[in-house]
Design a protein around this ligand. Structure first.
Ligand code: SF4
Length: 166
C-alpha cells in the first residue's frame, strides 16, 4: 500500500514517547497550526511516496525498540496505511503512539471506518492542534497544554477519556 512520508524513519528516539522508539513522519497536514514546528510536512503532495511493505521490511530489522510513534504531518490523513503499519508493530510486540491535530472527540464523532480502523491499533493518542498561546516546552511529549496524552485502551474500556500515566 502506498504511503507518503515527510522523511525517513527516525530510530532510537527518546523524546516521542517512553523508551526507545521509531518515529514515522507522515506527510500532509490541513491543520496549519500557527507556530507549527514542522511546516514542511503540510503539503499533501510533499515529501516522498513509499510503500507500507518497504517500511515494514525495515521495521522488522530494528532492535530494542519499545514502540512506534506516528507523527507528521497528520497521520489520520493516511489512516489505512498507518493502520497496516501499526498492526504490524503490534505483532512485533511494540506499542503504538500517535500524534494528531484532531481531538479524540473529533475522531470518535467522525465515525469514519478507516479512522476507526486506525484508532483500533492506537495505544496512546496525543491529541489536538498545537496552540501557540498555550506553548509549554516543559510538558512531557507535548508542545502546548491543550494537548492530552490519552490512554486509548483504558478510555474505551471506561467509556471516558483516561490520561496515560507513566
Ligand atoms: S497538527 Fe502538527 S503538523 Fe499539523 S499544523 Fe499542527 S503542529 Fe503542525
Amino acid at each position: 500500500m502506498k504511503i507518503r512520508l515527510a522523511s525517513s524513519l527516525t530510530r532510537d528516539s527518546i523524546v516521542d514517547g517512553p523508551g526507545l522508539r521509531t518515529v514515522l513522519w507522515t506527510q500532509g497536514c490541513k491543520h496549519h497550526c500557527i507556530g507549527c514546528h514542522n511546516p514542511g510536512t503540510h503539503p499533501l503532495d510533499g515529501g516522498f511516496e513509499t510503500s507500507t511493505e518497504e517500511i515494514m521490511e525495515t521495521l522488522k530489522t530494528l532492535k530494542l525498540q519499545k514502540g512506534i510513534t506516528f507523527s507528521g504531518g497528520e497521520p489520520f490523513l493516511q489512516p489505512e496505511a498507518c493502520a497496516e503499519i501499526a498492526r504490524f508493530c503490534h505483532n512485533l510486540n511494540w506499542d503504538v503512539w500517535v500524534y494528531t491535530g484532531y481531538t479524540y472527540e473529533e475522531i470518535l464523532a467522525n465515525n469514519n471506518s478507516l479512522w476507526n480502523e486506525f484508532l483500533e491499533e492506537i495505544d496512546v493518542l496525543i491529541d489536538g492542534p498545537f496552540i501557540l498561546e498555550k506553548k509549554d516546552f516543559t510538558l512531557l511529549y507535548r508542545g502546548s497544554s491543550n494537548q492530552r496524552i490519552i490512554d486509548v485502551n483504558l478510555s474505551k474500556k471506561n467509556n471516558k477519556i483516561v490520561f496515560w500515566e507513566q
